[in-house]
Design a protein around this ligand. Structure first.
Ligand code: TXA
Ligand code: MG
Length: 351
């Protein structure tokens, strides 16, 4: 067991000492959890294969699921990739720092353990002062998956990280809640046309405005079965609460009616039900306990921001079944539904 320290970053002049300490831990091959604009990451020196091994061990992550390398400068990008394409430059100019991860050909500098033996590497520059300060002070790129136990919802607060990883990480930097709330968009730009392997904060529409048509990998929408996966992360049960979960999709009134019926049915069987509603529908479930409004349907980014913490709260309440309202699969809604589908193990009810 490691004695896990938690350091709160206030935005004052004590912070520099904390970042220095965190950067030293990274250089010493230790694990540091830190906030990004998407979710908290579990970081280690990306150039140190042994330190990176510690990430897989702490999370219980399968060794065939590669990690994202976080960088703080264009120079690091050039050193970690093998030949920069024009399209990479345009995407970086438009979206970095920000929630876009680019899958590119790797340079020999990248240890195989990071890429799970693939000849590509996933790189991203986070839009977060603490993350960037840590990377730049450490002076090395930082490999970091989401700082949760493999399979559970990603952490959007330092408390979530501590709950999953206390005793397994040396330091947690607490920078408050994450703004985007779902993980970065993963875009493979090694082929003819860019392919979205995981939808996120940078939407299809935003990408297409810069690089023209992008493809969405079929694994984003459907479960992956019996065919090779381009993003190994897609094949695992993911983002899952302990409770069973179903997502109800369709017209808004039909969704509310269906969830109301199902809830009554489960309650009569003695089950504890949790409902993930939205601002537009919250008031219509007033007969029931354990109802959380995820946010405003008119502003789906508010739904993305609160999704994971709501899933965790449902588990803390000890509900048996979570019934979630679906949202339109467009814009950031594509990322929200991708996470809900997986949290529910594709238990989707269409009404
Ligand atoms: O927002 C984020 O991306 C967060 C924060 C911490 O930056 N990180 C994150 O990392 O979500 P992780 O490890 O939980 O997800 C990485 C995803 C996985 O689905 C993985 O399969 C995919 O990126 N990936 C990594 N390297 C890849 C590669 N070379 N080719 C294809 N997919 C790759
Ligand atoms: Mg993850």
């Amino acid at each position: 067991m490691i004695d896990t320290q938690i350091a709160v970053i206030h935005g004052g002049n004590m912070d520099e000492d904390i970042i220095d300490h965190a950067a030293q831990l990274i250089r010493d091959g230790k694990l540091v959890a830190f906030p990004t604009e998407t979710v908290y990451g579990l970081g280690a020196n990306a150039l140190d294969a042994k330190a990176v091994g510690g990430i897989f061990e702490a999370k219980g992550r399968p060794a065939d699921n590669p990690l994202i390398v976080h960088i703080g400068s264009k120079g690091q990008f050039d050193r970690l990739t093998d030949g920069v394409k024009d399209i990479a430059q345009r995407l970086m100019d438009a979206f970095w720092p920000g929630p876009l991860t680019l899958v590119v050909r790797k340079s020999p500098l990248v240890p195989d353990i990071i890429t799970a033996g693939l000849d590509t590497v996933a790189l991203r520059m986070p839009r977060h002062d603490i993350a960037l300060a840590l990377i730049n002070r450490a002076g090395v790129p930082i490999a970091a998956p989401s700082a949760n136990i493999s399979g559970s919802p990603s952490p959007t607060t330092a408390r979530h990280v501590a709950k999953d990883l206390s005793g397994r990480v040396h330091l947690i930097l607490d920078g408050g809640p994450c703004k985007v709330g779902v993980e970065s968009t993963v875009l493979d730009i090694t082929g003819e046309r860019p392919v979205i392997l995981r939808p996120g904060g940078i939407t299809v529409e935003m990408l297409e405005s810069v690089v023209g048509r992008v493809k969405v990998d079929p694994g984003v929408i459907r479960p992956v079965q019996g065919r090779p996966v381009r993003s190994p992360g897609m094949k695992y049960r993911h983002y899952s609460p302990r409770a069973r979960m179903a997502v109800v999709e369709g017209g808004l009134k039909d969704i509310v009616d269906k969830i109301t019926d199902l809830t009554r049915g489960y309650i009569s069987q003695g089950k504890k039900v949790g409902i993930l509603a939205t601002q537009q529908t919250y008031g219509q479930y007033r007969d029931f306990d354990n109802v959380i409004s995820l946010g405003d349907r008119e502003h789906p980014d508010t739904i993305a921001e609160s999704l994971y913490s709501a899933l965790r709260r449902m588990d803390e309440e000890g509900v048996d079944i979570i019934l979630a309202e679906g949202v339109a699969r467009e814009g950031v809604g594509l990322a929200i539904m991708n996470r809900m589908d997986r949290a529910a193990a594709f238990n989707i009810i269409r009404v």
